[in-house]
Design a protein around this ligand. Structure first.
Ligand code: ADP
Length: 446
């Protein structure tokens, strides 16, 4: 097992990894930008090094500085968290060439699944249904029009290197497709340094359901059931839960088995998430494989009782998974609400500032994963998520009631947050019946 790990991240996920390491008896090294200097969560690392100025491209994304911190800190492994360098195959390769274990898949597997178009082709080969679309990349207008006519409008133009809900455009007809194509290529080139695009049928009113997997270095692959992340705004998840409501047992099992097949085909190891969209007829289609721990991993931890961060570390250290598929049960229902410092009444504009007062809920089945406290200043330089409120109860209805109660107790003063919107969503009849789709938020709160 590793003696020391560097956590190449900040905020709640850095703290989450520090905590898991402490329980495993592993020492931790944190990194911070000048904007995060002095943050209280860093006191829970054994040591921490500054990696540069506030801008992420000059600090958290600077590979040479992160590696220098790892060398000074004398660590054997790096946990990347999510975001920043977590899905950067080059970074994973650099770590290994410096004899530092990267806690995640091999850089080869990461590069393969990071190319969304290549991942689609692999899915087809593994007999996993992908959204109907182009067989490969689309380079010109004639080809795009031909494919769009084959699969039928509306179509979605997607960037092969896209991520974080960016790099997607819907086209309803020939004219829109023609005018969007070049724009999409230019945007993808500017945002991801890769202008390659492909086409998918745009599935109307879908649900987003994803499967958590774990794979060790001995070739054992298991799934940890699914999470429903349908409540989104502009492709950003707001609420996640497990099990997925309104998903019949047969579809659930087929989806989980498909995810395992895909992970096997990709020679993928460590934790990963296979994302699907489910259409109104209950058919599911693969959209991508995320090569990292996800923000919403706690809901899976609550229903399975498995600590995913510890599992990631153990697998990276070469330990075999301590359970087979039969050993992984899903019990009760868990829901997570992302608490963002954003103003829902002003188009979700980020609301940086100092938290004057904070009251954290507690009680049976309530978990709050967060690095903030009264007096903490939310920086304008980073993601606006300030915490995740997670509940676990025997039934979905009890989980909804518990979440409402916990959101009612949670007080964040000094910055505007998404709490009022989350309460409204939880009170909405469509959410309660499990009948929402990914456009629910935009349609209901335009
Ligand atoms: P990213 O990597 O940017 O997160 P994804 O491919 O995972 O992109 O898609 C993000 C979200 O976009 C999904 O959760 C879903 O809401 C929507 N989406 C993706 N593909 C389709 C599709 N073919 N039809 C309809 N919605 C889609």
């Amino acid at each position: 097992m590793f003696q020391r790990i560097l956590v190449a991240n900040r905020g709640e996920i850095a703290l989450r990894v520090f905590r898991a390491c402490r329980e495993l008896g592993i020492e931790t090294v944190g990194i911070f930008s000048e904007a995060d200097r002095g943050a209280a969560y860093l006191e829970l690392a054994d040591e921490a090094y500054c990696v540069g100025p506030p801008k992420v491209c000059d600090s958290y994304l600077k590979i040479d500085r992160v590696i220098s911190a790892a060398e000074i800190g004398n660590v054997q492994a790096i946990h990347p968290g999510y975001g920043f360098l977590a899905e950067n195959a080059h970074f994973a390769e650099v770590c290994r060439s410096c004899n530092i274990e990267f806690i995640g898949p091999s850089h080869e597997a990461m590069a393969l699944v990071g190319d969304k178009n290549a991942a689609r082709q692999m899915a087809r080969q593994a007999d996993v249904p992908a959204v109907p679309g182009s067989d490969g990349l689309v380079s010109n207008e004639t080809e795009a029009l031909r494919i769009a006519h084959e699969i039928g409008f509306p179509v979605l133009i997607k960037a092969a290197a896209g991520g974080g809900g960016r790099g997607m455009r819907v086209a309803l007809n020939d004219l829109a497709l023609k005018s969007s194509l070049q724009q999409a290529q230019a945007e993808a080139g500017a945002a991801f340094g890769n202008s390659e695009i492909y086409l998918e049928k745009y599935i109307e009113h879908p649900r987003h359901v994803e499967v958590q997997i774990l794979a060790d270095l001995d070739g054992n692959v298991v799934h940890l059931w699914e999470r429903d992340c349908t409540v989104q705004r502009r492709h950003q998840k707001l609420i996640e839960e497990s099990p997925a409501p309104q998903l019949d047992g047969q579809t659930r099992a087929a989806m989980c088995e498909a995810a395992v097949r895909l992970v096997n085909a990709a020679n993928y190891t460590n934790a990963g998430t296979v994302e699907f969209i489910v259409d109104r007829q209950g058919r599911f289609y693969f959209i991508e494989l995320n090569a990292r721990i996800q923000v919403e991993h706690p809901v899976t931890e609550m229903v399975t009782g498995i600590d995913l961060i510890k599992a990631q570390i153990r697998v990276a250290a070469g330990e075999p998974l301590p359970f087979g598929q039969e050993g992984i049960q899903s019990r009760g229902a868990a829901i997570e609400c992302r608490i963002n410092a954003e103003d829902p009444t002003k188009h979700f504009r980020p609301c940086p500032g100092t938290i004057q007062r904070l009251i954290v809920p507690g009680g049976f089945g309530v978990r709050f994963d967060s690095h903030v406290h009264a007096g903490y200043t939310v920086s304008p330089h980073y993601d606006s998520m300030i915490g995740k409120l997670i509940v676990h109860q025997p039934t979905r209805q009890e989980a909804i009631d518990c979440m409402q109660r916990a959101l009612g107790e949670l007080r964040v003063e000094g910055v505007r947050t998404t709490i009022p919107l989350l309460k409204e969503v939880l009170a909405h009849s469509a959410f309660n019946e499990g009948l929402v789709d990914t456009t629910f938020i935009e349609r209901t709160w335009p």
